[in-house]
Ligand binder design. Structure first.
Ligand SMILES: [Fe+2]
Length: 352
């Protein structure tokens, strides 16, 4: 049984989507003016963008938000699926959608000119819209240096000082895949053993929990995504998170050489998109500098286009230089990275 929340703007559509019969039951005229989005991204993040899209094109958007099982759902709906565009985060999920056969190729000059090639699938199955850096959170009080490399995280000088979430989380798998892409498996494994030896505790919690641990003095360095820092700084609901963020600084690893590892939020055209033309219009719009900036601003991310505006909060972290190795190349090492995490026993925590 799939658990999901239906956030369709119209209750009628929600019922149709739930029944999986949208494509055959919507009147043709209405179907022409609509694009159906299946989203892992929360409605508040994408609504400002979709409003701007409708204003510009007159095309209405309908959103099905799911927090899990989106790919399985589209696969199960098969050729009757109303899904036109898929919005999600993480290269792992985008690759998984492609591998499941629920996406189709988009070869469009506009989209390709908008999205730098390192942030899209060479076969056109997925496209990045925003990026997020996987950075080092460092205690302001206890860490003097203002630069760092991922390689340095294995240096014994950090013994007992590093905190991180599970090595098997998608965000870390992509980071480890990039280490393999740059250094080869053997060296990457040596590095991971060094990282494990430097852990302050067994990997646990989410990225924000690592900032909390720095605040509490449990560790000096944490590994986390950039946007969580923005979410903590501006968190009115849980203001204690402002203190966590205030206790740390953002270090962009490898800024002086290959650049910082980044992951993406992205989009894909669903395989059986019933409103293909509208879906393409939406993808062109989402790829535009204007849309990337709105999207990035809402969640403290970076537009994939270098030079597009970022929020003041994000600017306050400092400058990011993203690793220019294509994400599709990095992601080829995801499986090897996951096996390595198990082999090394990273999630068991520091060796005693
Ligand atoms: Fe996240």
């Amino acid at each position: 049984m799939l658990t999901n929340k239906l956030i369709a703007a119209r209750a009628g559509l929600a019922a149709l989507v739930a029944a999986g019969t949208l494509a055959t039951t919507l009147p043709a005229a209405q179907a022409e003016g609509t694009v159906n989005i299946y989203s892992y991204r929360q409605p508040f993040l994408i609504q400002p963008l979709l409003d701007a899209f409708t204003e510009k094109t007159g095309i209405e958007t309908e959103v099905l938000f799911l927090d899990k099982g989106l790919e399985d759902r589209i696969a199960a709906e098969g050729s009757n699926s109303p899904a036109d565009v898929i919005l999600t985060v993480d290269i792992g999920r985008l690759m998984n959608a492609k591998e499941k056969g629920i996406t189709q190729t988009v070869e469009d000059e506009t989209v390709n000119s908008e999205i730098p090639s390192e942030f899209r699938d060479p076969e056109g199955h997925w496209f990045g819209v925003t990026t997020r850096g996987r950075v080092v959170y460092a205690s302001k009080e206890r860490v003097e240096q203002d630069t760092i490399t991922y390689e340095e995280l294995a240096d014994p000088k950090w013994k007992g000082k590093i905190c991180m979430r599970s090595g098997q989380h998608n965000y870390n798998i992509a980071l480890f895949a990039s280490m393999i892409a740059h250094h080869g498996e053997e060296k990457a494994e040596e590095w991971m053993k060094g990282l494990k030896a430097n852990l302050a505790r067994k990997p646990s919690g989410n990225d924000r929990a690592q900032a909390q641990a720095i605040y509490a003095g449990e560790c000096d360095l944490g590994i986390g995504n950039t946007y969580y820092v923005g979410l903590m700084i501006n968190n009115e609901k849980e203001p204690e998170q402002k203190d966590w963020a205030a206790s740390m600084k953002v270090l962009f690893p490898n800024s002086e050489d290959r650049g910082t590892h980044v992951n993406i939020s992205g989009m894909a055209m669903a395989k059986h998109a019933p409103n293909r033309d509208n879906a393409l219009e939406l993808m062109r719009f989402l790829g535009s500098a204007e849309a990337q900036s709105i999207y990035a601003e809402t969640n403290y991310e970076y537009p994939v286009l270098p030079g597009a505006t970022v929020s003041e909060t994000v600017q306050s972290f400092g400058k990011i230089k993203p690793d220019s190795l294509p994400l599709a190349e990095i992601a080829k090492n995801r499986k090897a990275a996951s096996e390595m995490v198990d082999r090394v026993g990273l999630d068991d925590g520091p060796a005693s």
